[in-house]
Design a protein around this ligand. Structure first.
Ligand SMILES: [Zn+2]
Length: 390
């Protein structure tokens, strides 16, 4: 069965798989429509497949193409997309204009997924000598927590479909046909200050939680500006950064506020433990004489591991060579966003990130991908697997 890449991408975009990152899932949410499509597609290709339930309505998907059983390559793409609020195009009605296919997920990352499906089909049709066994995987919940990919590890140990833990992994994300070998990690959490609510006509009798939070924020800002730059520098990813992204507090202007909460986002370097960097921030605030009161820090609501450019050099070189044969350009780069690749790397699987489309068009109000890049990515994947050694 030949795979029409443009049609496959249209099919995928027309199947909503929005990540319910903002709370209660709406009808456009969760990945099951895409999972069913993957199942039908790989069944049509005559390849064995399996599903792994991660949460209700949210299954990781796996399919296998047999090659050299002594070497297993994972091709992975996430099934979810970001929400569609504020989009200026119909998110689930894929349209092609001027060589671009528009729709939610076209770029991030249903385009990359289509290229991987196309590669699986092509390699099944004409398996090259020395092809490894290839496992395609579609993960759930990449856009808000990475727990689909985190569940893979349990899967390798308890499945007949995948002979063993993969030796290498290529993760689809829009990298503009470059090969991402490193990225930062991240940790996000909420911090709270408490006060004593009284009538605003007598503020001296209360304790203002917003005033307290303003001191916490200044302390955190000092950490960001003065401490973070001393924590080292990565040649590809730069320095550790911190941003306070939201603040909420108070119930009305005539009440001294009893509570204030902020959300903090820290981006950590390859090799750093996000939780250790978070503790560093918390201790800095606790030791700050300008913050002589308790600050409550919740556990993180999101941790993304960093990806280090170590151990993945051979895979990266092979893929860069393959893409250069196709286009004459393409290089090994670092990016500022997190990916599932870090989960696999932490599990000891050398991993890189590669795909059609640019991150500039991901998550946007008129998300699109250049259609011609789909076939280029597919062909580069097919070339890269030949003679792949870990
Ligand atoms: Zn993505």
């Amino acid at each position: 069965m030949a795979i029409d890449l443009e049609q496959t991408l249209k099919d995928l975009v027309a199947l909503p798989s929005v990540n319910p990152m903002h709370g209660e899932p709406g009808p456009e949410c969760l990945e099951s429509r895409v999972t069913d499509y993957l199942q039908a597609t790989f069944e049509g290709l005559g390849l064995p497949w399996a599903r792994q339930e991660v949460a209700p309505g949210r299954d990781n998907f796996f399919a296998r193409l047999d090659g050299d059983p002594g070497r297993v390559l994972l091709l992975e793409a996430h099934q979810d997309t970001v929400p569609v609020d504020g989009m200026t195009i119909p998110p689930f009605e894929p349209t092609v204009r001027d060589g671009r296919l528009y729709g939610r997920g076209a770029c991030d990352v249903k385009g990359g997924m289509a290229s991987m499906i196309g590669a699986m089909a092509q390699l099944k049709e004409a398996p090259p000598d020395g092809m490894p066994t290839i496992v395609f995987a579609g993960s759930v919940n990449e856009e808000h927590g990475f727990d689909g990919a985190a569940a893979f590890d349990a899967y390798w140990k308890h499945t007949d479909l995948v002979p063993r833990k993969p030796d290498l992994a290529i993760v689809a994300e829009p990298t503009a046909l470059n090969v991402v070998v490193a990225h930062k990690g991240q940790v996000r959490w909420r911090a709270h200050t408490s006060g004593v609510a009284v009538h605003s006509a007598q503020p001296e009798r209360g304790v203002n939680a917003i005033y307290r939070m303003s001191r916490v924020i200044r302390s955190i800002e000092r950490w960001a500006n003065e401490v973070a730059p001393t924590l080292g520098e990565d040649p590809m990813c730069g320095r550790t950064t911190l941003s306070v992204g939201t603040i909420a507090g108070g119930i009305g202007v005539n009440v001294v506020p009893a509570h204030c909460v902020i959300e903090i986002d820290v981006r950590v370097l390859p090799g750093d433990d996000p939780e250790a960097v978070r503790r560093h921030v918390i201790e800095h605030v606790a030791d700050d004489p300008d913050v002589p009161f308790d600050v409550d820090h919740d556990d993180p609501f999101l941790i993304g591991l960093p990806l280090a450019a170590r151990g993945n050099e051979v895979l990266a070189r092979r893929l860069v060579e393959a893409i250069r044969e196709e286009t004459g350009s393409g290089e090994a780069i670092a990016v500022p966003f997190g990916t599932d690749a870090a989960q696999f790397a932490a599990d000891g699987i050398p991993s890189v990130v590669f795909g059609p489309g640019s991150i500039e068009q991901a998550h946007t109000k008129d998300e699109w991908i250049e259609v011609r890049q789909l076939a280029i990515a597919r062909d580069a994947l097919c070339k890269a697997v030949v003679g792949l050694r870990g």
